[in-house]
Design a binder for this molecule. Structure first.
Ligand SMILES: [Zn+2]
Ligand SMILES: [Zn+2]
Length: 386
């Protein structure tokens, strides 16, 4: 039995399976890796090129993989260059070990990862896939997305929403040969968990817990750093409603560092964007005034008025703003934007959730606050992953 978000007890369907579930994560797939390196293995990794065992990687040696010709992969291993493979795999011969991955061209700093690796060649780059146990992946996600030193109940919240997100988006990159990428496009998984083992406990204590919609689907558990005091309607960001996601006022996040921001812009640059992209009527004195004077007390989909057809998200993207929730003023001949929040603002507010956890709220209460229309379930490892 488990408490639901509203606090009452529910029965839980548990599908049992003894299988370990893995997920295939594309490591920085937009980077044009042509020469990469693996070293610092904490145990032996079998290096398998196509069906040949080339040797073993351990703490004393390194493996370099290069983009070859005609869609092939070359290896530099034990000072020998071996050419023309379709696929190279690094397979850990025992559990709970890691190695360091780095790139020589382009330069990419070394990061530790658990699990196995698979490298194949695309036309202009190497595709690097980390095949890792899902719960181990989540530990890396929690540290990458939440940082260190957070309260336990917050880590449990992040574990559940990140697990649900991974399951819901499991096929997001399937046509590219992996499930999810390790960037914020999916969710950040920059390296294995390096810091507090509290993160591992949070993942373990919420094992297999996910959020479901009322229709029994994996819930859209979006999250962002700070909502600025009001979470955002998903339609304002992605042009589509999502089942169960509703905007709400958030009083927990309004006093943090990322709660507000200020950006100053040149008035001509500001005006030119609206005139060129939206044919904004600057000759109309009323419209012209509004362009430089907008008070925003609530989130809106459109700038000034829907009739002008200017989505707030477009302005955010163009001027690289921290959020699409801001007021506009003209001060000392400069356009000054006073903004609230950091990120798209849809779903759970991470800084709000951290503040709730510090005040003593349980993870079920925090999830219930940000996702009142979803419910917790425990699902077995065999469900959906195969
Ligand atoms: Zn992605
Ligand atoms: Zn918030």
């Amino acid at each position: 039995m488990l408490r639901t978000l509203c606090g009452c007890f529910i029965g839980i369907f548990v599908y049992l399976s003894g299988l370990t579930q893995t997920i295939r994560i594309g490591i920085s797939p937009t980077k044009k890796f042509t020469h990469i390196k693996f070293n610092n293995a904490t145990a032996s990794y079998a290096v398998v090129a196509d069906s040949f065992l080339v040797g073993y990687l351990n703490k004393n040696n390194s493996l370099e993989v290069l983009l070859g010709t005609k869609g092939k992969v070359d290896l530099l291993f034990s000072e020998n260059r071996k050419k023309g493979f379709s696929k190279v795999k690094l397979i850990a011969v025992s559990l709970n070990h890691s190695l360091d991955f780095s790139s020589i061209s382009p330069v990419f700093k070394s990061k530790g990862f658990e699990g196995d690796f698979e490298i194949t060649a695309l036309s202009d780059r190497l595709l690097v896939v980390n095949e890792v146990d899902t719960e181990t992946y989540l530990e890396g996600v929690l540290e990458s997305e939440g940082g260190e030193g957070q309260p336990m109940e917050y880590y449990k919240v992040q574990a559940i929403i990140s697990r649900t997100f991974a399951r819901r988006a499991f096929d997001k990159h399937s046509t590219e040969g992996f499930n999810l990428c390790n960037q914020v496009h999916c969710q950040a998984y920059l390296h294995k968990r390096m810091g507090s083992s509290m993160i591992d406990s949070a993942v373990n204590q919420t094992k297999n817990q996910v959020l479901f919609t009322q229709d029994g689907a994996f819930a859209p558990t979006f999250f962002s750093a700070n909502c600025g005091g009001e979470t955002c309607n998903p339609a304002f960001v992605w042009n589509e409603e999502m089942e169960g996601l509703v905007p709400l006022r958030d009083t927990f996040c309004t006093k943090t560092k990322q709660a507000t921001w200020v950006k100053t812009l040149d008035p001509t640059v500001w005006k030119t964007f609206f005139v060129e992209k939206y044919a904004f009527p600057v000759d109309d004195s009323v419209s012209y005034h509004y362009l430089f004077h907008q008070e925003l007390n609530h989130r809106k989909a459109f700038f000034i008025h829907p009739g002008y057809g200017i989505p707030m998200r477009d302005i955010r993207e163009k001027f690289e703003l921290k959020s699409s929730y801001f007021s506009v003023k003209l001060e000392n001949n400069q356009v000054v934007l006073h903004g609230k929040g950091y990120g798209h603002g849809v779903g759970l507010c991470q800084e709000g959730a951290m503040a709730m956890a510090k005040k003593g709220f349980y993870y079920t209460q925090i999830l219930g606050y940000y996702f009142p229309n979803f419910h917790l379930e425990i699902i077995g490892e065999a469900n959906r992953w195969e």
